[in-house]
Design a protein around this ligand. Structure first.
Ligand code: GLN
Length: 480
């Protein structure tokens, strides 16, 4: 069987029913990677031995007729910011070029316990900083829908691998849109859960109050299956919290009729591409046809979201990345004569330009003279942005927005203009600042056949409602 025609759900059943084997699916994936990935660049490291051993274990269970776990035999990719025991984990950075972690990220461990077969580690922007994957220290990723274009970022490899059938599903991380925006550029489903819903233990930190782990998949149901597996409190992450994890998969079938969907004018203003707007308007119409009530709302502080995000995120990054000093992890500069020279050289050689820019920005906004004017102010605005959502969610069950103002842009188009790159994060960073869940699903194509993404935002810990809406929309689209 080929991954092309499978989802998580159908792959697991096919293995259970002995129509295929986990080993043959993994081998198919590796052949596909061998033939297509030299062009796409989605993988940094392959973990063949670990994958084939796991797959053989699953096949053994299937042979004995045991009931297989929900992800049994599913070929998975893991963004290279999540640590994997004994499998090189670089965070897309030279500074971790040879890093072999001594433990597994909780989300990865939970996937494997549920039977997933980890094929390897996915390319990404260095330390997840970027929106195009062009900040990877290793190689850029190309968008499988049009290889002259970026796949989005920072989870570009995770999105591209699913779009190109090199994996059935992947994990990404999302600090300001890094799951949802690449999902929209590559035409797949990407889910950022509520802050605290999924343990961040073993996720290499970028900005700890904004970082999230979530799935990229072909279908909404697959996203629900993965979330159900990785969600829930973890004693190893004190920010992971406890509301019981619902059965997201069973909840998909609940009706959507009568749900109230908010449309905020602030997400349909200047800078939104004409074709993206038209696709969103058609999608909103479709949700109305499904019986949802469309309500106009306002999220008045949206215009401050990008500057607020780039202050909070860089401040936290400057602190988190202080641990890469050549002493405990990865690269260490040779030929330094003093300790401080060793630190400086290690960081100069190990970090790329965008990471250095962010460390400098973050150090600046935290410095004694500017702390109140920038960092403290940004924290206050963050509260206002969160309050905007709290108020809106008193009136609606979910909010619909574009995921990104444009479809995928060309490689090289924005690399020399970091500000333009940052501004394009406008529709995704708000959910990270507020900690609310968001999902991006495909909603049509541009005239150049590039995928367009619709984002659904939900209340804290109410992933079930946005998944249900996304699922209903996806089914309606398929039937068309
Ligand atoms: N594009 C945003 C940034 O560059 C978000 C990245 C992310 O979510 N990891 O910071």
């Amino acid at each position: 069987m080929e991954l092309t025609s499978l989802t998580i759900d159908s792959a697991r059943s096919a293995i259970q029913e002995r129509k295929t084997t986990a080993v043959s699916l993994a081998e198919w994936a590796y052949r596909k990677i061998e033939s297509d990935d030299p062009t796409i660049g989605a993988f940094i490291t392959l973990s063949k031995e670990r994958a084939l051993a796991k797959a053989a274990e699953i096949d053994e269970m299937a042979k004995k007729g045991e009931k297989l776990a929900p992800l049994a035999g599913v070929p998975f990719g893991i963004k290279d910011v999540m640590v994997t025991r004994g499998v090189r984990t670089t965070a897309g950075s030279k500074i971790l070029g040879n890093y072999l972690p001594p433990y597994d990220c909780t989300a990865v461990a939970r996937l494997e316990t549920a039977g997933a077969v980890v094929l390897g580690k996915m390319n990404c922007d260095e330390f997840a900083m970027g929106s195009s994957n062009e900040n990877s220290a290793w190689k850029p990723v190309r968008n499988p829908r049009d290889i002259s274009r970026v796949p989005g970022g920072s989870s570009g490899g995770s999105a591209a691998a699913v779009a190109a059938d090199m994996a059935l599903a992947t994990l990404g991380s999302d600090t300001g849109g890094s799951i949802r925006q690449p999902a929209s550029f590559c035409g797949v489903v990407g889910l950022k859960p509520t802050y605290g819903r999924v343990s961040r233990y073993g996720l290499i930190a970028f900005a700890s109050s904004l970082d999230h782990i979530g799935p990229l998949t072909k279908t909404v149901k697959d996203a629900a299956i993965v979330l159900r597996t990785i969600a829930g409190q973890d004693p190893m992450d004190s920010t992971s919290v406890g509301p019981a994890v619902p059965d997201y998969v069973a909840d998909l079938e609940k009706p959507v009729r009568g749900l109230k969907i908010g449309v905020a004018k602030e997400y349909f203003g200047e800078g939104l591409d004409r074709e993206v707007r038209a696709a969103l308007e058609a999608a909103i119409q479709k949700l109305a046809e499904l019986g949802c009530e469309v309500v106009e709302i306002s999220l008045p502080h949206t215009k401050y979201a990008v500057p607020t995000y780039y202050i909070v995120a860089t401040a936290e990054a400057s602190s988190n990345l202080a641990r890469f000093d050549g002493v405990r992890y990865g690269h260490r500069a040779s030929a330094a004569r003093t300790l401080s020279e060793m630190y400086r050289r290690t960081r100069d050689e190990g970090f790329g330009a965008e990471v250095k820019r962010r460390i400098m920005l973050g150090t600046y906004v935290l410095s004694a003279g500017y702390y109140d004017a920038y960092y403290l102010k940004a924290q206050k605005v963050r509260t206002l942005l969160t309050r905007d959502f709290d108020q809106a969610f008193q009136r609606v069950d979910a909010i619909v927005t574009p995921t990104s103002p444009t479809a995928a842009f060309k490689l090289g188009e924005k690399v020399d203009d970091p500000l333009a790159m940052y501004l394009a994060d406008i529709y995704t960073v708000t959910a990270n600042l507020a900690g609310i869940p968001g999902i991006s699903i495909p909603c049509g194509k541009t005239s150049e056949k590039l995928p367009i993404g619709m984002q659904l935002l939900g209340k804290h810990f109410d992933e079930a409602t946005i998944l249900r809406l996304a699922h209903a929309y996806e089914l309606a689209e398929v039937q068309n």
